[in-house]
Design a protein around this ligand. Structure first.
Ligand code: HEC
Ligand code: HEC
Length: 352
């Protein structure tokens, strides 16, 4: 009898400890969630009600007229950009072959997936990086020049009109000044108390990213993946697209003046969206892993473009993780690139 009683007591203790752990664990992650994603006063009960997170308008409501056609063309360009502007593009051949939706997920509609919900209500907008007011079209061209490492497209052409029409439609129900949950740019994960570490990040990359983005970071072409079912592990690309899994570094990736080259932005994007198809509701990486893998990816080679005009009009607006000197403070360039950021005053301000 005695050993059985002991075993029973141990079992009870183990179960209690487990329940306690689960309770503490879940309440602290909810606490984090509140601080990170929604500064309004919410209670845990209301936290996950879907209405709180932005939802894109239904595409069935796109009008069936000439303007509706333009909106739909804009959506297509967002999804299958490489077909029109990639290395074999039908409109021009200037980009690295990425699609806009590789980074603006699900045609720029996904909550916490770098959607473009608030763009229509906030542009034209003064942007400190450019030091001037940019229209939506100007900002789209920033992504062409930086994220797609290409050249600006004609702002009077049908393609640009279509992009702008789609983005205006996407944000039509968002009131000026309101930033619904899950929208308004990429939020970094909470800061960690050390610098993000490329070497630890390499291990995270090998474990969670290599199978799709490849050991050399160059992704996989759609033609290769579409003819081999074992390589199809989740993605949105079709035969129209150049890449099935887009490159994350190297010649065909975003360049050194793209916003994802800032470690906080890449870490925030990856935390809520990678390994595909995780979402903000079920992240797989810890905050540390997200910072480290971002440091690893952004320590690899990628195209370089001239950044010397960024933030020149007001250096104090340069984001804390902008990886190129000069800075308004005295922290070294390496610390701006990988952290630790906690003691940087500039890290407390939101910057573009
Ligand atoms: C199951 C396959 C898969 C895995 C694993 C995966 N990704 Fe992705 N990743 C994708 C797909 C697909 C896209 C493009 C999404 C789209 O177009 O809808 C993407 C897009 C990206 C992008 C933006 C586009 C670009 O190429 O710059 C980054 C950055 C990225 N992934 C990083 C990562 C990191 C870091 C990991 C590991 C933590 C990871 N991914 C794991 C499939 C994957
Ligand atoms: C390699 C990733 C990547 C690709 C590809 C990309 N973008 Fe972006 N884009 C970003 C990031 C990162 C931001 C800045 C998000 C932030 O401020 O947190 C951004 C910002 C924007 C904004 C400004 C949003 C706002 O409200 O301020 C627009 C508009 C935009 N992109 C359009 C496009 C279009 C159109 C394409 C395709 C032609 C494209 N992007 C391709 C990463 C990308």
């Amino acid at each position: 009898m005695r050993p059985l009683t002991v075993a029973f007591a141990i079992a009870i203790i183990a179960i209690t400890a487990f329940l306690f752990q689960a309770f503490i664990g879940s309440s602290s992650s909810q606490q984090l969630f509140i601080e990170e994603h929604d500064s309004l006063s919410v209670t845990p009960a209301t936290l996950f009600t879907p209405e709180k997170v932005w939802m894109a308008p239904d595409t069935n409501t796109i009008p069936q007229d000439e303007h509706g056609k333009l909106i739909l063309y804009g959506r297509t360009l967002m999804m299958h950009t490489s077909k029109y502007f990639g290395p074999y593009g039908t409109v021009s051949q200037s980009t690295n072959g990425l699609n806009c939706q590789n980074c603006h997920l699900d045609a720029a509609t996904r909550p916490y997936g770098n959607n473009l919900a608030v763009t229509a209500s906030t542009y034209p907008k003064f942007l400190p990086r450019a030091g001037k007011v940019l229209t939506i079209a100007d900002k789209i061209n920033e992504c062409f020049l930086r994220s797609l490492n290409g050249t600006a497209i004609d702002t009077t052409g049908r393609e640009m009109q279509a992009y702008v029409a789609y983005i205006n439609w996407l944000g039509k129900d968002v009131k000026k000044g309101h930033v619904p949950a899950g929208t308004g740019g990429i939020k970094p994960p909470p800061f960690i108390y050390r610098a993000a570490d490329p070497e630890r990040g390499r291990l995270v990359y090998e474990q969670y990213c290599t199978r799709c983005h490849g050991p050399e970071g160059n992704g996989m072409l759609a033609v290769d993946v579409l003819k081999d079912a074992t390589k199809q592990q989740g993605g949105t690309a079709t035969a129209e697209d150049l890449y099935y899994y887009p490159p994350v570094w190297g010649n065909q990736s975003y360049n050194g003046v793209a916003t994802l080259y800032r470690v906080s932005k890449l870490a925030g994007f990856v935390k809520n969206n990678m390994p595909y198809p995780v979402s903000y509701l079920n992240p797989v990486l810890t905050d540390e892993q997200a910072w480290d893998v971002a440091a690893y990816v952004n320590s690899r080679e990628r195209p370089i473009k001239d950044f010397s005009n960024d933030y020149v009009t007001d250096l104090s607006k340069k984001p804390y993780d902008f990886p190129f000197a000069p800075y308004a403070d005295s922290f070294p360039e390496a610390q701006h690139k990988f952290g630790p950021y906690i003691q940087m005053a500039s890290a407390k301000k939101k910057g573009h």
